[in-house]
Design a protein around this ligand. Structure first.
Ligand code: RRO
Length: 312
């Protein structure tokens, strides 16, 4: 299958990317994605202006049998300069996405000014949806704040930019966020971040499984697939066609990839299952997807992308 996909100035030869946060905090992890068979691109951990150690541990829990995770990492990262050095100084085989975050609007703007002034030529992903910093609500649930930030960003930022969105659960919210996003020259949206503020309990000990925020954390994995598909589908139906979609959420096997394609995904990012399985996950997913294509006689991605069928 020819998987060639374009977003802005970047050409991807495979569909898969690590989800920001997973296998991308250090150069060693980023290199594992660069070298993984069937990886289409690599994204760096959402970077703040300064290095952060993040929340206290345990801050990540996985149920590898049920393919579900919960995390409250709290933005541990080595700071924007570390990732800038990585993207500028290493010879990168794959298209690179640079994830930016900030604990205030001014930190976001300062980080993007630094990227703007740099030689970075990949895609920038502005994370508007981190659920795990105490006292900092997810920006993209505040529609006025989202518009204000995008106004201020696009006043100076001229490199291709996407936004990472939280899941929405109401048709009115799909309408409202899409109307805002359509007002800007976004290269893409990435939907969805983890489902914020879930709670997982260990039945042996009656205890929460992660320490920060008294156990509340972002859910990932199989349990969020239906929500992720709905967000990809709803956004594809509402966004201008030039705004591409990176789908994230609930991808465990080839059928999950296929379903995201049906909903309109251009590329697919893998979070929980990448953490559970490691970077060989991309090749397994591509092989399983190819088996589905062979069974169905599909020879071109255009036969699948956005081709979800409805009941008449
Ligand atoms: O670091 C985190 O706690 C984190 C981030 Br920034 C994010 O965007 N999504 C997530 O599930 N965890």
């Amino acid at each position: 299958m020819n998987y060639t996909t374009k977003i802005a100035n970047q050409v991807f030869h495979h569909l898969f990317i690590n989800a920001a946060g997973v296998y991308c905090q250090t150069v060693e992890e980023l290199e594992q994605i660069q070298n993984a068979p069937c990886a289409g691109a690599v994204i760096t951990k959402s970077a703040t202006a300064k290095e952060r150690s993040g929340n206290s541990e345990p801050r990540y829990f996985e149920n590898s049998v049920e393919h579900n995770t919960i995390n409250s990492m709290g933005l541990p990262n080595l700071g924007i300069d570390y990732y800038l050095n990585y993207v500028l100084k290493h010879s990168l085989k794959l298209p690179t996405l640079f994830s930016i975050v900030g604990l205030s609007q001014s930190e976001i703007i300062d980080n993007l000014k630094k990227l703007q002034a740099s030689g970075f030529s990949g895609l920038t992903e502005l994370n508007l949806s981190c659920p795990n910093v105490s006292g900092k609500p997810q920006i993209a649930y505040d529609f006025a704040a989202t518009r204000e930030i995008l106004d201020n960003v696009f006043a100076f930022y001229s490199k291709p930019l996407g936004v990472k969105l939280p899941p929405y659960f109401d048709i009115a919210h799909f309408d409202q966020i899409a109307a805002i996003l359509n007002d800007y020259p976004l290269a893409y949206v990435n939907a969805i971040n983890s489902v914020g503020n879930g709670l997982v309990i260990d039945p042996e000990t009656d205890t929460v499984v992660i320490k920060p925020k008294d156990g509340f954390g972002g859910l990932g994995g199989k349990q969020i697939k239906a929500t992720a598909l709905a967000n990809v589908r709803a956004l594809r139906q509402r966004l201008h066609p030039q705004i591409k979609i990176i789908a994230t959420g609930g991808v465990i096997n080839g059928r999950d990839v296929y379903d995201h394609l049906l909903c309109g995904a251009d590329l697919i990012s893998i979070g929980s299952q990448l953490e559970i399985e490691g970077p060989t996950v991309f090749a397994r997913l591509e092989k399983e997807l190819e088996e589905i294509f062979a069974d169905k006689g599909i020879t071109d991605l255009r036969q699948v992308r956005g081709k979800l069928k409805l009941i008449a």
